[in-house]
Design a protein around this ligand. Structure first.
Ligand code: A2P
Length: 340
């Protein structure tokens, strides 16, 4: 069977990776439709040796589509997902619009592929930081997860292509004169801007009333939903760093029992699409540049807490545009096909 696919947000940082991933995976497609806003109508993108023209997304665009991959922001998803579903498409949505909706599965295929079976037209792709954390935590689930303390080091590409361009120009501005005029970071929509180049900003997305950012609460709420552990304790801090691609996470997990690094390393090694890179004597550990353009999640720096044998510390890295977004979305589409 071959599928008629649409990518909404085809010109964006994630959309382009979705197209590339479909090509690399040899996805069984009959046709591929590329959709974006009027800003990019007429632009062409190459796919499997052909040039495909980008079309303006309209409700009718989803006529005759089997699977639609969305990555055009939450507002755009809210407009087009019901239209696509009405026309018989299954939507894999990378935005936050439907993630916490009870009727929408939130899926990391290595962790909860079974959740796909209950979809009602929309399947949500989790937040990038959550996905890689899930791949690592799932491997240790049988030790009894109690409390997860996580600090992230997130790449700017998580804010879209414009953020990649903005960091590059800040570096260029600095090279030319040393002064950076900040306009985008940490968030385009707020008045206070700070340089991102040569800096670290403890704000990803907007602040909520509880003093946490939206990104931090995604780590809490999405983890609980995916792991099916509504009571799991999660203490998150989400930080933006001047990295283009690849999120890193420093994680401390308290278990219901003592867990040795050797036990954890064994479980990590058995997990699908998880690579253990953990040899301090060779200075071997994951970092974002080595993870770039790969679909795996990497874990290293595995060690026991100095004060508490029930707590393990480790470092998790993945390409946020691939495992954190495009690759996970294509994996969901593949899971959907396999389980149909
Ligand atoms: P466009 O390039 O035409 O603006 P990123 O996350 O890198 O910023 O990309 C966002 C993606 O979502 C782009 O492909 C963008 O298209 C698309 N997009 C944004 N708003 C809309 C909209 N209202 N309708 C369709 N596509 C949209």
């Amino acid at each position: 069977v071959q599928y008629r696919i649409a990518v909404l947000g085809a010109t964006g940082a994630v959309g382009r990776k979705m197209i590339q991933t479909l090509e690399r995976r040899n996805f069984p497609f009959e046709s591929l439709k590329l959709l974006a806003s009027e800003r990019s109508a007429g632009e062409t993108i190459s796919f499997a040796g052909q040039l495909i023209e980008v079309e303006v997304a309209r409700p009718d665009s989803f006529e005759g589509i089997d699977i639609a991959l969305f990555s055009a922001g939450a507002t755009t998803s809210q407009v087009f997902a019901p239209e696509a579903v009405k026309r018989g498409a299954v939507v894999v949505d990378n935005s936050s619009a439907y993630r916490m909706d009870k009727s929408v599965p939130l899926v990391v295929p290595e962790v909860n592929a079974h959740a796909v079976d209950h979809h009602q037209g929309i399947i949500a792709n989790p937040n990038c930081s959550t996905i890689q954390l899930m791949v690592a935590l799932n491997a240790l689930k049988e030790f009894g997860l109690e409390h997860v303390v996580i600090s992230t080091y997130q790449a700017v590409s998580g804010m879209g292509q414009k953020a990649v361009d903005a960091l590059r120009s800040e570096v260029e501005e600095w090279r030319q004169g040393g002064r950076i005029t900040p306009t985008l970071f940490p968030l385009a929509s707020q008045d206070a801007h700070y340089p991102m180049a040569f800096n670290v900003l403890p704000q990803c997305d907007v602040f909520l009333d509880n003093g946490y950012t939206k990104e931090e609460m995604k780590l809490v709420n999405e983890s609980r939903k995916i792991l099916e552990m509504p009571e799991l304790k999660v203490s998150p801090t989400a930080v933006r760093v001047p990295v283009l691609y690849g999120h890193s996470e420093s994680v401390a997990v308290r278990f219901q029992q003592p867990v040795s690094p050797t036990q954890a390393r064994e479980k990590f090694a058995q997990a699908t699409n998880l690579v253990v890179l953990d040899d301090p004597s060779q200075a071997q550990y994951p970092h974002p540049l080595m993870a770039e353009d790969t679909g795996e999640t990497y874990v290293g720096r595995i060690r026991q807490d100095l004060a508490d044998p029930n707590t393990l510390l480790f470092f998790v890295v993945a390409d946020n545009l691939l495992k954190g977004a495009a690759w996970n979305a294509v994996q969901i589409a593949e899971t959907l096909i396999q389980r149909a």
